[in-house]
Design a protein around this ligand. Structure first.
Ligand code: NDP
Length: 309
């Protein structure tokens, strides 16, 4: 039986792994098929303390991964397929592999929210993307719409504008959620135009197999119109990655894992850290911080188990 299994390999998971490995808990980390989480599709991270000149998201994650490895964390690039927390030791299953552990840290993060309209599924990857750093290059001298009014939308719009000839930012209300500095950066960019109070009703182009425009509804006037464009980037927030834990671990009304005392779930010995339990801060540094807390909590829990034995 293992001391600790960590599910998920973003800033929270790797920080947990570093702390747990240094405490000689020999943690096993299920990284999933692709490690690193959301930072792998970010460009420059300017607000992670310790990097005065900024650092690329993938470089930061590569460093965290190396650090976890250096202290002896066991990293496996497999997706967990199910968990059984109904009895102790807990079971974590990845295909045919069944692992048992005294404690588990859930750090599965969150993924991009979608609009939930049929044409979006039909044209995903054919002009629709949620990752400017991955796909902006394909829109050289093209017209692109970015949906959303948060920091992600500002960042995506500014990045896409390096390639595209024109970028529309479509905001569903009359105000941005983005921080002032990020909003101003996008607003000063001559290629970017903001359109407020609009909802995307349909992505046009299903007939030809690629995005040709968007049908927009003005939420004030109710008028519908078509905006011609070659691509759409979604930046409308995140949904926590909790599919494995539904009906097993308590979730809050927004679908995030419910925690008390920072990382404790409703199951003693199962902890959660990072974006999967944090709807409020959602920063790499806060995820890393809660990952550290989860490792310390797991360590204390194991010590208590040993005292009772
Ligand atoms: P946010 O939740 O902050 O913003 C989501 C945006 O999408 C809001 O404008 C929201 O509108 C809009 N939206 C949500 N659902 C829909 C929908 N169905 N249709 C249209 N619009 C929709 O998410 P972000 O991903 O922007 O940011 C997440 C966190 O990450 C934040 O804490 C942010 O500060 C941080 N971040 C920091 C960066 C940096 O500092 N470099 C870069 C990127 C993100 P409404 O306001 O009406 O709800």
């Amino acid at each position: 039986m293992r001391n600790l299994i960590i599910i998920g390999a973003g800033p929270a998971g790797y920080t947990s792994a570093v702390y747990a490995a240094r405490a000689e808990l020999m943690p096993l980390v299920f990284e999933g098929a692709v490690y690193g989480g959301q930072l792998m599709t970010t460009t420059e991270v300017e607000n992670y303390p310790g990097f005065s000149k900024g650092i690329l998201g993938p470089s930061l994650m590569g460093e965290m991964r190396e650090q976890a490895k250096r202290f002896g964390a066991e990293l496996v690039s497999e997706n967990v397929t199910s968990v059984d927390f109904s009895s102790h030791p807990f079971k974590v299953i990845a295909g045919n592999r069944v692992e048992e552990a005294k404690t588990v840290i859930i750090s599965t993060g969150a993924s991009h929210r979608k609009l939930g309209i049929p044409s979006e599924d039909a044209l995903w990857g054919k002009g629709i993307s949620a990752c400017a750093t991955c796909d902006a290059f394909f829109f050289k001298n093209k017209v692109v719409a970015v949906v959303g009014g948060g920091d992600s939308a500002m960042e995506e719009a500014s990045f896409v504008a390096r390639f595209a000839s024109k970028v529309y930012v479509l905001v569903r209300t009359d105000k941005l959620r983005a921080s002032k500095i990020m909003a101003e950066r996008a607003q000063k960019n001559g290629k970017i135009e903001f359109i407020y109070n609009v909802a995307v009703e349909e992505v046009l182009g299903t007939g030809v197999g690629h995005v040709t425009g968007l049908r927009l509804k003005d939420s004030v006037s109710g008028i519908t119109r078509d905006l011609s464009c070659d691509g759409m980037f979604l930046a409308i927030g995140l949904v926590p990655s909790v599919d494995l834990f539904k009906g097993i671990v308590d979730l809050d009304e927004r679908g995030y894992i419910k925690t008390k005392n920072v990382t404790e779930t409703n199951i003693p010995g199962v902890f959660a850290a990072g974006d999967v339990q944090d709807a409020k801060y959602r920063q790499a540094i806060t995820a890393a911080g809660s990952g550290c807390a989860a490792a310390l909590d797991a360590q204390r829990y194991i010590e208590k188990l040993e005292e009772q034995a």
